[in-house]
Design a protein around this ligand. Sequence first.
Ligand SMILES: O=C(O)C1=C[C@@H](OP(=O)(O)O)[C@@H](O)[C@H](O)C1
Ligand SMILES: C=C(OP(=O)(O)O)C(=O)O
Length: 427
Amino acid sequence: MLALEYQSRAEGSVNLPGSKSIANRALLLAAMAQGETILQSVLDSDDTRHMRNALRKLGVNYTEQHNAQGLEVRIQGRAGGFSIADSAELFLGNAGTAMRPLTAALAASQGIFRLTGEERMYERPIGPLVDALRLLGADINYLQEAGYPPLLIHGASLQGGRVSIDGSLSSQFVSALLMALPLANEDTVVELTGDLVSLPYIQLTLDLMSRFGIQVQQVDTRHFIVPGKSSYQSPGEFVVEGDASSASYFLAAGAIAGGTVTVKGTGLASLQGDKAFAEILEQMGAQVAWGQNHISVSRGELQGGHFDLNAIPDAAMTIATTALFAKGPTEIRNVYNWRLKETDRLHAMATELRKTGAEVTEYDDGLRIVPPAVIQRARVATYNDHRMAMCFSLLTFAPAGVEIEDAQCCDKTYPEFFQDFSAICHN
Ligand SMILES: O=C(O)C1=C[C@@H](OP(=O)(O)O)[C@@H](O)[C@H](O)C1
Ligand SMILES: C=C(OP(=O)(O)O)C(=O)O
């Protein structure tokens, strides 16, 4: 249990760790590309370790070295899919950005692959992705419950042509399919169905594919054409930008208790949708200054509000704890898929926010949070969810402080979070 005592002020700057979403995409695309890729500032955390270990088991040659910018990974690309002589078991923890993309890439590779993970991974759906891949000729079997990992994949050649995929539970299904389709035998027209979620992550995938030499044609918001029989091309050196979701905890600290807090590594030029978190803070009353590659936030009189946060589901959790410091209620809506992530985040968040004295209504797709007159000291359970540990750290700015159970679950995306966070906190 980690006790965070009262801190009256937030001030300083932080060099963000690399983006999880970009690192796991870049690692996979570099492994399938023609030529050597040197990835710089790669996030070194559980989620990217699962991807890196999986690539190693798939026979990808790479070296790792720490330098001043963080982790450098030099990858010898395979100029195509993966090929192993017999079978491999890949343990992917609870990393959605490893499980979903590898499922698609391995369905189009050679060999027999068993994809396993933590218990929670077996409760996170993958059915819509498997359905789409099967339509293209993939041979994928569920080893436990239909629609969920673990999976047994017999690599096959994917046909291409036309395919539709339901994007209403996770954008990762769409991203995974798009990234694997250059391995198919012909071009593929992809149609997205359902109420789409987390859209900026699909754009991120298209941007990364383009950086690795594959141009996807976007016909309209629901139709894409991906060239088949194509190989990714190494961009040479590629620098992973700072993680915009990780930035949210520091920016919220500035909004609540600034001083000015600056995050370095994400900003106007960032490819990540979660940079929009700073705009929500601004709407709540914080002062925000943008640079190409940094964002600074200073304190303002924070007001609650009504926000549709479907586009920024990860940073949205930080709005829920920031809401405790705002005047008036905050409603966060259209985040139904919080229920499918590291834990049922709607339920977990409602339960833990109530411990502070807040009045919380849990909807199917969101929360209404009425802040308490005085925030109570809570012992916050984290449900093995890194973002629960990180977003509740903001309660250090309440005079009562906060206690966080199993705080080290932040290892999933940000092992040094509490060191970096304490460096901007002052009493
Ligand atoms: O594609 C990605 O890198 C991600 C997409 C989002 O998931 P959903 O599309 O499931 O909302 C996000 O929550 C996750 O942390 C990373
Ligand atoms: C939802 C998340 O992770 P994953 O990539 O496992 O989906 C997250 O990081 O908040």
